[in-house]
Design a protein around this ligand. Structure first.
Ligand SMILES: C[S@@+](CC[C@H](N)C(=O)[O-])C[C@H]1O[C@@H](n2cnc3c(N)ncnc32)[C@H](O)[C@@H]1O
Length: 279
């Protein structure tokens, strides 16, 4: 498969593209798509906050990714993620970073479908342009929470939803758990992956609610690249995965410490991997 599309313009610079949180989120997302496309039957993926799809890498992010890609101890888990990165850039350059829509589209199978919700008109237009020749991809210029609330993909044996709100509006911390609990009840066979930043402990009440709601059926996976607690600084990245495919816990046990060591900005970082439980 060659996903290289040098003709596709990179729509606008995204200052976070390819940072440690993107790498954490996207490596796990790529693994989830691969795991869920291994069995028979079609997969339907929903990306509730899709973004632009492709981003220009700055020098710092390019250097981080290059050193990660060339590390001798690279875990095999990164293979699907790096496959997409290499297909897009070629094996020896790194100019463009694939966002979640591009990553999923590159990894899904011929019968799978991808729904992209994006409320920003310019980003939605960029997505529509990027995927205009892709009948398996549907772009919805809509509120991602609303789309999630109506998500009932008939005809697909498996479902995966990525919930990736920007949290620029603090209301996302309240909306996300309600929306996820509601969606998971309505679609009891789908896997859900919620991303959240580790900044000022803002995520803790949300995680308390989610851990109680999904006790025994979800994983909480976090890594932080510097000590937590510096006011206003995003020191880490978290993923709450509801109904994880078999093997994810074992994968994360190895992957997160390796990624953390690769991406550390300062001593005092760490990782956390726990099964959701009542606290
Ligand atoms: C962090 S970016 C998404 C990144 C993308 N999921 C990825 O991993 O490459 C967040 C995006 O959500 C969009 N957004 C913000 N609020 C939204 C909403 N309520 N519904 C849909 N999209 C929203 C923003 O315009 C932005 O493009």
């Amino acid at each position: 498969m060659n996903d290289r599309r040098p003709d596709v313009p990179v729509y606008r610079h995204h200052r976070h593209a390819g940072n440690f949180a993107d790498i954490h989120k996207h490596v796990v997302l790529a693994w989830l798509v691969r795991a869920l496309t291994r069995a028979d039957g079609a997969l339907c993926v929903l990306d509730t906050h899709a973004g632009d799809g492709l981003y220009r890498l700055d020098d710092e992010r390019r250097a981080n990714l290059a050193s990660l890609r060339s590390d001798a101890g690279l875990p095999a888990t990164l293979a699907p993620y790096l496959h997409v990165l290499d297909s897009l850039n070629g094996p020896s350059s790194l100019d463009v970073y694939p966002g979640s829509p591009w990553l999923v589209r590159a990894l899904m199978g011929p019968d799978d479908a991808l729904f992209l919700a994006e409320s920003h008109p310019r980003a939605a237009a960029a997505l529509s342009a990027r995927f205009r020749d892709e009948p398996r991809v549907r772009v919805l210029e809509r509120d991602g929470w609303e789309v999630l609330g109506q998500w009932q993909p008939a005809g697909y044996s498996r479902g995966l939803a990525l919930l990736d709100p920007p949290y620029a509006d603090a209301r996302d911390y309240g909306i996300a758990p309600d929306a996820l609990i509601d969606a998971a009840r309505r679609r009891p066979d789908a896997c859900y992956c919620l991303w959240y930043p580790l900044v000022d402990g803002c995520h803790e009440p949300m995680l308390k609610t989610l851990s109680a709601a999904f006790a025994g059926s979800a994983l909480r996976a976090e890594l932080w690249v510097e000590p937590l607690g510096r006011p206003g600084v995003m020191a880490g990245s978290g993923l709450f995965v509801v109904r994880p495919p078999a093997g994810l816990h074992e994968v994360l046990e190895r992957l997160q410490p390796w990624l953390q060591a690769q991406l550390a900005r300062a001593p005092g970082g760490g990782v956390r991997l726990v099964r959701a439980a009542h606290t």
